[in-house]
Ligand binder design. Structure first.
Ligand SMILES: NC(=O)c1ccc[n+]([C@@H]2O[C@H](COP(=O)([O-])OP(=O)(O)OC[C@H]3O[C@@H](n4cnc5c(N)ncnc54)[C@H](OP(=O)(O)O)[C@@H]3O)[C@@H](O)[C@H]2O)c1
Length: 285
């Protein structure tokens, strides 16, 4: 039995679909704080259960009898996420789970300029300390995160995204899900750390050029500063921890923290991963 947490989120739903494609639905338990939202998956043969990283009893019930737990990191402020991730790891260990698969983040280093790196650093260390066998998926930024900015740029001509000149090896979220399903269903991935990124690292100017060539309208990557970028997020009504995250993300991009292109996703998928241009081309189709 595989348990997939965060199954009602963007990545979780796509991962469940990948598991269904592999004929695994009846061997997978999907968790959500509100499992009613997973009804369409229950109809496909998945078991759905209520679980909250803030409720240890719900985790121990959800993980009971599981061989593998796929722990999708939860959103929220750092002070909430680290103890809740630890509670999830403890529950997996106490349930006698054989392997924990965790969705970490590229460059989960304590000195990263990206504030949420601290969460993934602490979580990876807690997994190592737990003694559980694990597979760590260090995901880069999703390509889909920049699609709203590309859509706006098609109207305004100006592409506003994190980083003035830094490059990011963005990855398609559907392929993050595919890789997650691949490692979740094969214990030979135990003990591995995978760096999950797209085929090429691109700057904002590169993305603007790609968008221009695809949509046929001139898009430029005129940069706001990191502070202006954070102010834009504030003006959109984002909570302060997300504004801080945006500011740190901008600085981390410019420091080159997300630019390394690793071969891991290509090797897992057995084909070259999709790039930013492929996903922009699919916009609105
Ligand atoms: N690499 C990237 O670009 C990138 C971008 C965005 C996010 N992320 C990270 O990847 C994770 C998954 O991304 P996503 O796009 O699928 O995010 P999402 O759509 O926001 O989904 C987050 C999931 O976390 C679950 N969750 C929230 N609070 C929880 C709690 N207390 N206990 C258990 N589960 C909880 C939610 O489950 P319910 O509400 O159903 O309980 C939801 O399914 C995010 O949480 C974040 O850590 C990465």
């Amino acid at each position: 039995m595989i348990v997939l947490t965060g199954a009602n989120g963007r990545l979780g739903r796509l991962t469940a679909l990948e598991l269904a494609k592999r004929g695994m639905a009846d061997q997978v338990r999907l968790t959500s704080r509100t499992p009613e939202k997973l009804e369409e998956f229950a109809q496909r043969g998945f078991k759905t259960v209520q679980a909250d990283f803030g409720d240890a009893a719900s985790l121990s019930a959800a993980f009971s009898g599981a061989q593998t737990v796929v722990m999708i990191s939860m959103p929220g402020p750092i002070a909430e996420r680290i103890p809740r991730h630890r509670a999830c790891i403890d529950a997996a260990r106490d349930a006698g789970v054989t392997r924990l698969v965790y969705t970490s983040r590229v460059n989960p280093a304590p000195d990263s300029l990206y504030p949420f790196a601290e969460i993934h650093d602490a979580t990876e260390k807690a997994i190592a300390a737990s003694g559980l066998s694990s597979t760590i998926m260090r995901n880069n930024e999703y390509i889909e995160n920049i699609l709203p900015a590309v859509e706006q740029a098609i109207e305004s001509g100006k592409l506003v995204m994190p980083g003035a000149t830094g490059r990011v090896a963005h990855v398609a979220v559907a392929e993050v899900a595919e890789a997650l399903a691949i490692v979740a269903t094969d214990d030979t991935h135990a003990g591995k750390v995978y760096e999950i990124n797209g085929p090429k690292a691109l700057s904002r100017a590169d993305v603007a050029d790609i968008a221009t060539s695809i949509v046929g309208r001139n898009v430029t990557g005129t940069p706001p500063s990191a502070e202006e970028f954070a102010d834009l997020r504030r003006a959109q009504g984002r909570p302060e921890f997300m504004v801080e995250m945006a500011l740190g993300l901008f600085r981390a991009v410019d420091a080159g923290e997300f630019e390394t292109v690793w071969p891991d996703l290509r090797n897992l998928l057995g084909r070259p991963p999709a790039g930013v241009g492929d996903i922009i081309s699919q916009m609105g189709t």
